[in-house]
Design a protein around this ligand. Sequence first.
Ligand SMILES: CC(C)(COP(=O)(O)OP(=O)(O)OC[C@H]1O[C@@H](n2cnc3c(N)ncnc32)[C@H](O)[C@@H]1OP(=O)(O)O)[C@@H](O)C(=O)NCCC(=O)NCCS
Length: 154
Amino acid sequence: MEEPVRAMRDSRGEITTFVMPHMQNVLGDLFGGDLMALVDQAAAVAAMRHAGGPAVTKSIDRLDFHQAIPVGALVSCCATVDYVGNSSMDITVEVYSEHIATGVRRHTHTAHVVFVAIDRDRTPRRVPRLRPETDEERRRFEAARPRSEARRAR
Ligand SMILES: CC(C)(COP(=O)(O)OP(=O)(O)OC[C@H]1O[C@@H](n2cnc3c(N)ncnc32)[C@H](O)[C@@H]1OP(=O)(O)O)[C@@H](O)C(=O)NCCC(=O)NCCS
């Protein structure tokens, strides 16, 4: 029987919220732990869309903080499923901040996370194959492949 395949563009996840005062660190910027929670949520949306059911965070491979995001700004986390194994999904989350009054948008963080699809017994479940369709999607797919292989080797 043919395996289910899902287009990459159908498994995006996006979370957008204001940076509220209770999310700030002592410098008045978004606290790193709150940022990680938003990254995890956006990745969960992408993972569960691709898996068509529950998926859990297995690892956070990398989270680079390029720039701080001040209280009052909008923060958007955009997640894409870039590569899949059997039950695992390699997901990239790009984070952007936007100053509403000026419209200035900046790329502030990049994260690479791995989710695993699970069944009712919480055991890993095979996910649909991934179909990149655009040049950009093929670039992301090829960039994620060595990350996934290096992780498996580890
Ligand atoms: C996710 C979980 C069910 C996987 O169980 P497991 O016994 O590790 O399963 P497996 O060894 O069969 O590995 C499953 C997949 O995870 C991958 N994996 C295992 N360890 C990994 C690691 N450290 N980093 C990234 N991927 C990993 C495996 O390569 C495998 O991928 P594949 O199916 O695509 O080949 C289990 O580890 C778990 O429940 N973890 C807790 C998750 C959680 O609570 N997250 C936070 C809340 S959402």
